[in-house]
Design a protein around this ligand. Sequence first.
Ligand code: TYD
Length: 159
Amino acid sequence: MTPLTIDTQIGKPKADNVMSKLVKFAEFGDHRGGLVALEEGSEIPFKIKRIYYIYNTSPSISRGFHAHENLKQVVICVSGQCRFVVESEHGREEYILNNPAEGVFIEGLKWREMHDLSSDCVLLVVASEVYNDRDYIRNYDEFRQLLKRRTGVGLDHGD
Ligand code: TYD
């Protein structure tokens, strides 16, 4: 699968059928360095209830492997690089995240995976809900069954 390329228009999906979208944030950097500001209601299109970040992950370790049904998230690689995979009824999409001024917006029933995190990777996640273990679907087959029930779409693995 070809990784998505960067769409530099703020908030514009890369294609009509994408289930998540890469957004480009305004940068206020100057000769002193970079600066990005994220505000609820503009860059973050939902009420922010939680922020967490993943760091010090070995490049050989992949993370995620779970879905949420209703959680909204914006995922930003503020340092380093990683490969972020999202799967829904539209198939699997892959983002190479390496720019702190971009974020992936996700909502609805979607499976997430994070791969190839560089040793300096810091993945910042802004979320619409507080942590709730019951909101996690950690079994991939269960996710696929639920996806089929919700959307009528049953994809073969790897589509
Ligand atoms: P986990 O969901 O396994 O991380 P990932 O799937 O992103 O690789 O979370 C690891 C641990 O951290 C787990 O015990 C739950 C806890 N945790 C919280 O307490 N609050 C949070 O917001 C998150 C994301 C995780």
